[in-house]
Design a protein around this ligand. Structure first.
Ligand code: NAD
Length: 479
């Protein structure tokens, strides 16, 4: 058995029950063994973060800047190696893995800069002779719970701002993909964080996550994952009276209008729906197409989908890696059967593939003649499965796009300035894309959704300060 990767609690590496991390492209390949924290370990981590908070929250901005800067430099210097590790454990292709690691490095770099740009406001009071200062302070111990589909970028976009603004952290990555998270914590630990400031507790949601939810000493909790778990986070956080932030599922639409450039439409939808094996919260699984372009668009997209190269995530030329694990694969194939039974027509893909290595391979599936009322159009599948919904005109397309309980990302492919502008203003999604895929966002601007997709302030960019700080208003009489 390979060396055990331990949890980091109060500056010490702590062992425990070992779990194997399996490569979804080749289930014979064990990436490593990783400790699973107990409830006791988690409580120790929370206590360590609490003890470390007073000193870290008052640390100099240069100290925080230096740690974040060093981490950014190491992540970017090791992007090929870490990208390979990420692709091996999660199954996205190597260019996608390296891209995600690069983004994590850029996020640390951005927040290294933000640490030097902390600012408040000074205002005159309505009472003569009194001054008012508005400042932002760290919240306290921040609990971070992340999903498996972005094993390094999502931890980065939560850990970097939490540290930048002076919080201490208890971090629980997804059980399926601990290696990338372990690597990022190791980098930050060696970059010089004082003990207890960042604690890593790998393991099960029902044990580690649940212990974090129930703790009164976790002052803020930032969560990305499914709607079901998000609701538990919300309920538990209300019970203990803590600040919380949720980023959850999506059922993101892409509208293709008659005036669209066909090539742009096909490539944008193929990428949005199927790249990263469709395992992105911003993936587009509802493609809403107006009558005039419908048939030629479906023909061209079907052709593209049939030719998408599915394979080992690390192999050259692979466009679509494997599904992450057997349970997600079952969910995908179950939805393909549901789609058929609901009367949608499968025009491309949907078959399980047997390749050279044993992996969870699925040819991306494209349905047509779907309606927006079908389960495949309403529920998040989180796999390479998309359906085309035919509509009469832009007005019907917009109404269909907004007719969902989610609101993360929404796209339109059009050459009309009028429709593009109208859609930007009237889409009920947090992020709107015109002639670009629904997935794929910048690291320096706000990220997040509306309706059932998100709760609380936006993540990333300078907007991250809204969650990771609390505002203080101080009045001083000049005397
Ligand atoms: P999940 O909800 O199963 O797990 C997310 C995390 O919560 C994991 O670390 C898990 O161990 C933990 N967890 C599970 N039970 C818990 C409990 N009782 N208490 C505390 N923590 C618990 O989600 P997943 O399958 O890892 O990820 C897929 C989901 O994530 C999809 O719905 C996807 O849309 C969503 N997602 C959303 C965004 C976004 O920004 N909106 C980004 C990526 C993924």
């Amino acid at each position: 058995m390979s060396e055990l990767h331990k949890n980091l609690i109060d500056g010490e590496w702590v062992g425990g029950e070992a779990a194997e991390n399996i490569n979804p492209s080749n289930t014979n390949d064990v990436i490593g063994t990783f400790a699973r924290a107990t409830a006791e370990d988690t409580k120790n981590a929370i206590a360590a973060a609490k003890a470390a908070f007073p000193a870290w929250s008052r640390s100099g901005i240069l100290e925080r800047h230096a740690v974040l800067r060093k981490a950014a430099d190491e992540i970017l210097a090791r992007k090929e190696e870490l990208g390979k590790l990420l692709s091996r454990e999660e199954g996205k292709t190597l260019p996608e893995g390296i891209g995600e690691v690069t983004r994590a490095g850029q996020i640390f770099d951005f927040f290294a800069g933000e640490a030097l740009r902390l600012a408040g406001e000074i205002l005159p009071s309505v009472r003569p002779g009194v001054g008012v200062e508005i400042t932002r302070e760290a919240v306290g111990v921040v609990g971070i719970i992340t999903p498996w589909n972005f094993p390094i970028a999502i931890p980065a976009w939560k850990i970097a701002p939490a540290l930048c603004y002076g919080n201490t952290i208890v971090f629980k990555p997804a059980d399926l993909v601990p290696a990338s998270s372990w690597a990022i914590v190791d980098i930050l630990h060696r970059a010089g964080l004082p003990k207890g400031v960042l604690n890593l507790v790998m393991g099960r949601g029902s044990v580690v996550g649940q212990t974090m939810l129930e703790s009164k000493d976790v002052n803020a909790l930032t969560f990305t994952g499914s709607v079901g778990t998000g609701k538990k986070v919300a309920q538990a956080s209300i019970d203990v009276g803590r600040k919380f932030q949720l980023e959850m599922g999506g059922k993101n639409p892409t509208i293709v209008l008659d005036d669209a450039d066909l090539k742009v439409a096909v490539e944008s939808v193929a990428q949005s729906a199927f790249f990263s094996t469709g395992q992105r919260c911003t993936a587009s699984s509802r493609v809403i197409v107006t009558e005039g372009i419908h048939d030629k668009f479906v023909e061209a997209l079907s052709e593209r989908v049939r030719n998408l190269k599915v394979g080992d995530a690390l192999a050259k030329g692979t466009e679509i890696g494997p599904v992450v694990d057997p349970s997600q694969l079952k969910q995908d194939t179950d939805y393909i059967e549901i789609g058929k039974s609901e009367g949608a027509k499968l025009v491309a893909g949907g078959d399980l593939l047997k390749l050279d290595t044993p992996g969870h391979y699925l040819q991306p599936a494209l349905f047509v003649e779907a309606t927006n009322q079908m389960r495949i159009s309403r529920e998040e599948i989180f796999g390479p499965v998309a359906s085309v919904i035919r509509v009469k005109d832009y007005e019907e397309a917009l109404a269909t796009a907004n007719d969902t309980e989610f609101g993360l990302s929404a796209g339109i492919v059009t050459t009309s300035l009028k429709y593009a502008t109208h859609f930007k203003r009237n889409s009920e999604a947090g992020m709107v894309m015109v002639n670009v895929p629904t997935a794929g966002v910048d690291f320096h601007v706000p990220f997040g959704g509306r309706k059932g997709s998100s709760y609380g302030p936006r993540e990333q960019g300078k907007y991250a300060s809204e969650f990771f700080t609390v505002v203080k208003t101080a009045y001083t009489a000049a005397g």
